[in-house]
Unconditional design. Structure first.
Length: 237
């Protein structure tokens, strides 16, 4: 009898796993709502806090499926390609920059600047795409979203900085983007792809990374917090 019960339990677990796989990874249904479970003997006051924590954590899928769903959620803003492809590209890209830091081509501060550029690019790509050349463009975009997008002062300034930074890139501009925010390639691969010397690709990469702090400073000097807040307030009226 115990063997039969064990077999039935395994079948039930397999059905549950397959149902979760189809619902959330194939059909794209939202993450299931958690069902809080009160630990035995827990006082009411403590359970109130524990229940809140369980609800905030969200329901977890079966092992393997949970990781796959998190990966899918992390890259849900991408319209093309699989989450696995984007994750691999990001890791390769990060490894290429880290390798430059390890061999002394860039230092930790420059590595952080490159990471900031890539993060702002992803923020823009997920939000309103790359057409950010001025603060007025950011405000217009907020209006197009029905006035519901009110960005933080720092977010607006970083988006502005990226606009300044991108416009100042030398040609071939896409080569520099590929080395920092685009395809995960090193400067030697970029040089071969765009038909330039390795030294030139390396110089363009370093110059672009080093230009980031100045672009951030320009964005901070150009608009005060009051200016940005006033524009944000106007966008939601």
């Amino acid at each position: 009898m115990s063997a039969f019960n064990l077999r039935m339990a395994r079948l039930a677990a397999a059905r549950k796993r397959e149902r979760q796989r189809v619902d959330h990874l194939v059909l794209g249904q939202s993450r299931p709502k958690p069902v809080p479970v009160k630990p035995a003997g827990m006082p009411r006051v403590e359970w109130k806090l524990e229940r809140k924590r369980q609800l905030a954590a969200g329901a977890q899928l079966e092992p393997g499926l949970e990781e796959a769903l998190k990966l899918k959620e992390a890259w849900s803003h991408k319209q093309t390609g699989t989450p696995e492809t984007h994750q691999h590209a990001e890791r390769t890209h990060a490894d290429a920059l880290i390798q430059l830091e390890r061999n002394g081509t860039i230092d930790k501060e420059q590595l952080e600047w490159a990471a900031q550029i890539a993060n702002v690019y992803r923020s823009l790509e997920a939000d309103v795409a790359l057409k950010v050349a001025s603060f007025e463009a950011r405000v217009d975009t907020s209006r197009q979203c029905g006035g519901l997008v009110v960005e933080s002062v720092r977010r607006v300034r970083l988006h502005l900085a990226y606009g300044y930074w991108r416009e100042a890139l030398p040609q071939p501009r896409q080569m520099v983007l590929d080395m920092i925010v685009g395809d995960p390639i090193g400067y030697t691969v970029a040089a071969k792809r765009y038909g330039v010397h390795n030294r030139k690709a390396k110089r363009f990469l370093l110059d672009a990374i080093n230009a980031w702090p100045d672009c951030v400073g320009q964005a901070y000097r150009g608009y005060s917090e009051d200016d940005i807040q006033a524009a944000a307030d106007a966008a939601v009226k």
